[in-house]
Write a protein that binds this ligand. Structure first.
Ligand code: PEP
Length: 309
């Protein structure tokens, strides 16, 4: 395979990222050379490369508005986003307003390329569940995605991995893409239990439905260390990457290399314009799930632009 002029940057441990620009399609593919020892004397090189092509995972920047923004504020924010996104091709944008704003926000989105998510749903399709919302109801309001297992739901509302598994399966059946959140608490991290917790959450929330419903396009994972959510304390890119890599290896072991390579794993936890670039420079970080910084147009737009591949 012939690579034209290649720009490289050293991300860490002599990992060299090579961009292959296709003049016909205008798209760029990424290749990685790992553990390559080179004496680097010149910042520009021409290479002939036979290498493994990495995935074409499109970055996804998702705004979780939680219990914030009224109807007018939500519509204003969406309209501002739309106005600033006309030239953006290399990134997907998703907003998750409160239930009561979903239909209005969908109307404001119109035909613009913004995806709509709810922040939760029930696993049953209908019935005597006062105060709950079904997946089918979300589809009817125009949702394409639903956030499941956010740590605030786990902590404040007692959601378990088993409940998230049930919800995820129902979401897929009604045509919603679940954005499944996992992440360890500070105590668990300090006790060095991070990988054990992540494995348990993956086993519990995804493990029982190893069938063809889990494909590259039908599920998104979000690694959100609980200690980084709304605290201003972000995982370092290295801390995040090692967990993302662990998650991708778990997916590979359970669903195969193709799914692992195409499934997007977002990072969430105090993501801001000042740290998103470093986080997303990591090989296994495919975007961000953002709370606070998605509530203001200027920071959300910066995140979207910085997250564009
Ligand atoms: C979140 O709510 O998923 C989140 C990551 O919040 P914040 O960006 O405010 O930490």
């Amino acid at each position: 395979m012939v690579i034209g002029i290649c720009n490289f940057d050293i991300v860490c441990n002599l990992r060299i990222v090579i961009w292959d620009f296709n003049a016909v399609s205008g798209k760029a593919n990424r290749f990685y050379l790992n553990q390559l020892e080179l004496t680097l004397t010149n910042p520009w090189v021409c290479l002939y490369l036979i290498g493994e092509k990495m995935s074409d995972r499109k970055p996804l920047i998702a705004g979780n508005w939680k219990m914030n923004l009224n109807l007018d504020e939500s519509v204003d924010l969406v309209k501002t986003l739309i106005g600033s996104m006309v030239d953006l091709e290399g990134v997907e944008v998703l907003v998750a307003p409160p239930y009561t704003s979903l239909a209005t926000v969908k109307n404001a989105i119109g035909s613009a390329r913004i995806l709509l998510a709810a922040q939760n749903m029930h696993w049953e399709t209908s019935g005597a569940y006062t105060g709950e919302i079904s997946g089918q109801m979300l589809v009817e309001t125009g949702c394409t995605h639903v956030i499941l297992g956010h740590s605030e739901r786990r902590t404040h509302f007692g959601e378990t991995d088993e409940m998230i598994d049930l919800k995820a399966k129902t979401a897929l059946l009604v045509g919603l893409i679940p954005v499944i959140c996992i992440g360890e608490t500070l105590e668990e991290r300090e006790k060095e239990q991070t990988f054990e917790v992540i494995k348990r959450q993956l086993d519990g929330s995804l493990g029982s439905f190893r069938d063809d419903r889990v494909s590259s396009f039908s599920i998104v994972l979000a690694y959100e260390p609980v200690w980084a959510i709304g605290t201003g304390r972000t995982a370092t890119p290295e801390q995040a990457q090692e967990v993302h890599h662990f998650i991708r290896e778990w997916i590979k072991g359970n669903f195969g290399a193709e799914t692992a390579n195409s499934l997007r794993v977002l990072y969430g936890g105090s993501v801001k314009p000042g740290n998103i670039k470093d986080l997303m420079s990591k090989q296994d970080i495919d975007g961000a799930l953002v709370g606070g910084a998605s509530l203001k147009a200027d920071s959300f737009i910066s995140l979207i632009r910085l997250g564009e591949s």
